[in-house]
Design a protein around this ligand. Structure first.
Ligand code: G3H
Length: 482
């Protein structure tokens, strides 16, 4: 690991979050450069997608499902051949550990394979006939038009492709914008895109979100908006569309997933799951556990185990074996996190683990902050980084109120043993979040499960089979039978 071919040019530089020791001191590596499209240029990319769709009469939307599948399968062969290069770029561009970078690549391949499998199934079952009240109809699945797909920097391959491929497979044409970090790793796949799909079917744009994507939205020619990122970003872009009722959106947005740890929880398991949940990829997952809510009677022993486990996590470079904490790709992120910690400390909390807090050069050592109260920013603001706020509770009703009052509703974790009490919590939470995880961390996978959320956390459902439905529309061919 660690070897990388670089691209140089007079375009906008792409910097690695990784600082390397050189004779001149620590140096941030410039990995390459990427274009910053003007709105005129991104509109040209959209025009190509509109032309390729051609009001549903283009080569791609009218192609047989089996032929579209064949194109995607050819792409997969080429993609698999780029595994080492893409994994290396994941490590350098976003600082993801090698095992997690490999997992992201493999999971993406599996997701595309599963999507193809689900499409075959959908194609088989959706062409069936339905009959009622003297009318018989065949339900067909039809593409919807031009999809704009945008993914986040924490899964620049996986989450972009998790919308791009279902959109494509259903016969839509696509404009996609790589994540703001993790943009170079698309390059090794460009040739395969070019070779496997007809011209205009896939169009890639680069640049600042509002300038490049805003123009596309304002044009009114985007039919499908697949976006995984912030609630604010999604809302701003959606508002720019002149005919919002004609824009179908599927959004994966912010979250503040809590873990609730009851008195009878298996604490060793709870700590293990909370560490993975709160700190894998430095807590930069939308599904990360972002608030731990512990019953007062076990808070002390839980904290002791938790802080010991947090302090044992090894910081280092993404390719080093056994590393858990790596550089953060967002410039200024460490200052932001320190601001959240300082706010909590000013209001009476403290950093309870030995090593927590801001470190140098894009590293932030995980900080366990305790006791967090509801007046602190850390109780409701999504930190998206290695800060672990711990709150105590006395009565179950307090926890229910916290969840009900949250602006977000993606997932939560519940640690405990008493079936009756857990049942009551499940009843209270079922209409608040998209997924309740019992005695385990929150997560999106397996990708064949529906992935959704409530309130400001999501719109629509993403996953393999759901995504195919999201990116298509049912058309009925009906006739009277009597
Ligand atoms: O960042 C949000 C992702 O959807 C989280 O996915 O639970 O597989 O890490 P994950």
């Amino acid at each position: 690991g660690g070897e990388l071919k670089t691209w140089e040019g007079d375009l906008s530089p792409v910097r690695s979050p990784v600082f390397l020791r050189t004779p001149e001191g620590l140096q941030q590596r410039v990995l390459g450069a990427t274009p910053q499209l003007t709105s005129k240029e991104s509109l040209a990319a959209l025009a190509a997608a509109v032309k390729a769709y051609d009001s549903g009469r283009g080569v791609w939307p009218t192609m047989k499902v089996a032929e579209r599948i064949e194109a995607v399968e050819r792409f997969l062969v080429a993609m698999r051949a780029q595994r080492a290069t893409v994994v290396n770029l994941l490590m350098w561009e976003i600082g993801k550990t090698q095992p997690d970078s490999e997992k992201e690549f493999d999971r993406t391949v599996d997701l595309i394979v599963e999507t193809v499998r689900a499409l075959k199934e959908l194609d088989r079952t959706s062409s069936r006939f339905v009959q009622d009240q003297g009318i018989m109809a065949q339900i067909r699945r039809a593409p919807m038009g031009v999809a704009l797909c945008m993914g986040p920097y924490n899964y620049p391959l996986n989450e972009t492709f998790s919308t791009l491929f279902p959109a494509l497979l259903m016969g839509n044409t696509v404009v996609f914008k790589p994540a703001k970090f993790g943009v170079l790793l698309i390059r090794p796949l460009l040739e395969a895109f070019r070779d496997c799909f007809p011209p205009g079917v896939i169009n890639i744009i680069y640049g600042k979100g509002r300038e490049t994507v805003g123009a596309l939205m304002e044009s009114g020619q985007v039919d499908l908006f697949a976006f995984i990122g912030t609630h604010r970003g999604a809302s701003e872009l959606k508002r720019m569309h002149p005919r919002p009722h004609r824009l179908k959106s599927v959004l994966g947005l912010d979250a503040k997933n809590p873990a609730i740890i009851l008195e009878d929880a298996d604490l060793d398991n709870a700590v293990k799951e909370c560490i993975i949940g709160a700190l894998s990829f430095n807590g930069q997952r939308c599904t990360a556990l972002k608030l731990l809510v512990v019953h007062r009677s076990i808070a002390e022993v839980f904290l002791k185990k938790l802080t010991a486990a947090v302090d044992a996590l090894k910081p280092g470079m993404p390719w080093e074996p056994g590393v858990a904490i790596t550089p953060l790709p967002e410039p200024g992120k460490a200052d932001y996190l320190q601001g959240l910690v300082d706010d909590a400390v000013a209001k009476g909390a403290r950093v309870v683990n030995a090593t927590g807090g801001q470190s140098s050069h894009s590293f932030f050592a995980p900080a366990v902050v305790y006791p967090v109260t509801r007046d602190m920013r850390l109780s409701s603001e999504e930190q998206f980084g290695p800060v672990v706020p711990v709150m105590v509770f006395d009565r179950d009703e307090e926890v229910i109120q916290l969840v009900v009052e949250s602006q977000f509703g993606q997932q939560l974790s519940l640690f405990g043993q008493d079936p009756a009490r857990i049942g009551r919590f499940i009843d209270a939470f079922s209409n608040q979040v998209g997924r309740i995880n019992l005695n385990c961390q929150c997560q999106r996978g397996p990708d064949t499960f529906p992935f959704n959320g409530r309130k400001d956390s999501a719109e629509g459902t993403l996953s393999v089979a759901d995504a195919l439905r999201v990116f298509s529309i049912r058309t009925l061919v009906a006739t009277k039978t009597t």
